[in-house]
Each structure stands twice: as structure tokens, then as C-alpha cells.
Design a protein around this ligand. Structure first.
Ligand SMILES: Nc1ncnc2c1ncn2[C@@H]1O[C@H](COP(=O)(O)OP(=O)(O)OP(=O)(O)O)[C@@H](O)[C@H]1O
Ligand SMILES: [Mg+2]
Length: 255
């Protein structure tokens, strides 16, 4: 059974057809790159999966239809995502930002919290330990207590990535994680992505515009253009597909 299976996903805003029958699958431990020109509908696919947009069609996670569920419930199932544009709390430290990423996993009891019973403190220690492990994983120990707002852009992007990991996801949705990163930061990111795949076996859908990174890392590529699937398959085949090349050069005008 696929980790995630999307079947004929459609999305409209008024008269605008944003997604038109998109079907795709991700297996456990698979790195699927989702590519396509600006406005193709890539982020909208993520918004449908994570319960932000109401798409039509089926979205199955480990066989269970999750279409139409609330974002919090989707996160609690273990589907984590990064956002294309800032999702962090600038005044809060790296640790505290990552703790917000764990929120759907935290077992809360409001009365116990109010009375601050020993179990609450134990739970908090457990959560902090989990977050410390993620901070080590992305090699940001030196910034753990620093408010994220003052950190360089590339570091903030990695923190956003770490925040999604803090959920201990079963499936990770990455929306242009490399955008704005310099070469060294891209190499770090590539290393983290490969470790997640090989050591943790987490399936990922990875929206990316850096075709070299995609060619180097992705197991398969799914190409969207004007809300439709243009091509899907292994990197060496898809990146040579003339329709894909034409779409990227902006010569594809089918609609
Ligand atoms: N909330 C919304 N209301 C109206 N139109 C929307 C909304 N969200 C997305 N769209 C439209 O849907 C289309 C696809 O947008 P989307 O953000 O999914 O593209 P994308 O492939 O992620 O592009 P980019 O590479 O620029 O991030 C665009 O035409 C966009 O304007
Ligand atoms: Mg986008």
C-alpha cells in the first residue's frame, strides 16, 4: 500500500481551475519531486493534502481517505509540511519554534497543566529532548536559544524544515526548501533529505525548482503544468521529455 495516494484531485477558485484531475502516489521511503512552472498548482496540491484547501477527488494516507479533514487532524496523522513563505515565530527561539511544530503530537490535559502536576513537567522534558535531537540532526545547536527572526535567511529555511521534522512525520511535504539557500546550505539540505530517506524511511513530496538537485536526489518526478499532470516517471526520462522542457521555457500554451 502506498503511503499517500491522490486520485483525480481537482480544485477550483471561482472560474479558475487550479488542479484538474491530478493523480499521484508516494511509497514509504520514496522521494518524489513535484515540479512545474510558477502557478502550475504545486503548492495547491500540498494545501489540499494538508486540509487547507477543499479539493475534490480522493486523498488516501495508508489506505484511509483523509480528504476534507481539518489541518490539525492531518498533522496529527503524521503528515508534516514546510511552507514556501515564512511560517516561523520570529521572536521565539529555535527550540520554541520547533516545539510549536510538535504541538499536534503533545498529549495535553488542560487541568493537569493548570495545576502543573508532575506528569506535565515530565511531558515537557520529553518534548524538549525530542526537539534537541532534531536540532542536532540539522546541526543548529549553536542557535538553539536564539530568536529566529535575527538569523540569516538560509538558516531560517533550515529551521522551517526542522520544524516539520519535529512532528516526527510519517510523510513530509517540502515546499521549495532550497529557495534562497546558498550552495553550501543546499548541500547541507541535500544531506538532510537523503538521511531522512535512508535512515528514517520517511516518504517525501518535494517541490523544487533546482533541477540539478532534483536530478541528483529524486527517485521519481511528477510534473504539473496548468494544474494537470504533464509527465511522471524516473528523473532521466522526465527531464529529457520535450513537453517538460517546453513548459519550463514557457512555450507551452495549451490553455
Ligand atoms: N487561495 C487562492 N485563491 C485564488 N487563487 C489561488 C489560490 N491559491 C492558489 N491560487 C491560484 O492557483 C494557481 C496555482 O497556484 P500554486 O500556488 O499552487 O502554484 P505553484 O505551482 O505552487 O507556483 P509557484 O512555483 O509560483 O510557487 C495560481 O494561478 C494561483 O494564483
Ligand atoms: Mg508554490
Amino acid at each position: 500500500m502506498a503511503e499517500l495516494e491522490i486520485d483525480k484531485l481537482t480544485l477550483r477558485f471561482g472560474g479558475l481551475v487550479v488542479l484538474d484531475g491530478v493523480s499521484l502516489k508516494v511509497e514509504r521511503g520514496e522521494l518524489l519531486a513535484l515540479i512545474g512552472p510558477n502557478g502550475a498548482g504545486k503548492t495547491s496540491v500540498f494545501n489540499c493534502i494538508s486540509g487547507i484547501y477543499p479539493g475534490g477527488g480522493a486523498i488516501r494516507f495508508r489506505g484511509e481517505d483523509i480528504a476534507g479533514r481539518k489541518p490539525h487532524d492531518i498533522a496529527a496523522l503524521g503528515i508534516a509540511r514546510t511552507f514556501q513563505h515564512g511560517e516561523l515565530f520570529p521572536q521565539m527561539s529555535v527550540i520554541d519554534n520547533l516545539l510549536t511544530g510538535r504541538h499536534p503530537r503533545i498529549k495535553g490535559n488542560p487541568l493537569a497543566e493548570m495545576l502543573f502536576l508532575p506528569g506535565v513537567r515530565r511531558e515537557e522534558i520529553r518534548q524538549r529532548e525530542a526537539v534537541e535531537k532534531i536540532i542536532e540532526f540539522v546541526e543548529l545547536e549553536r542557535y538553539r536559544h536564539t530568536p529566529v527572526g535575527g538569523l540569516p535567511f538560509g538558516t531560517q529555511k533550515i529551521i522551517g524544515f526542522a520544524r516539520a521534522l519535529a512532528l516526527e512525520p510519517a510523510l513530509l511535504l517540502l515546499d521549495e526548501p532550497s529557495a534562497g539557500l546558498n550552495r553550501e546550505e543546499r548541500e547541507d539540505l541535500a544531506r538532510f533529505i537523503l538521511r531522512i530517506k535512508h535512515q528514517l524511511g520517511i516518504g517525501m513530496i518535494w517541490i523544487e525548482h533546482d533541477m540539478q538537485m532534483v536530478a541528483d536526489l529524486a527517485d521519481r518526478i511528477h510534473v504539473l503544468d496548468y494544474g494537470r499532470t504533464l509527465a511522471s516517471g524516473p528523473a532521466d526520462v522526465v527531464l529529457k521529455d520535450e513537453r517538460v522542457i517546453a513548459a519550463y521555457l514557457g512555450t507551452s500554451k495549451q490553455h
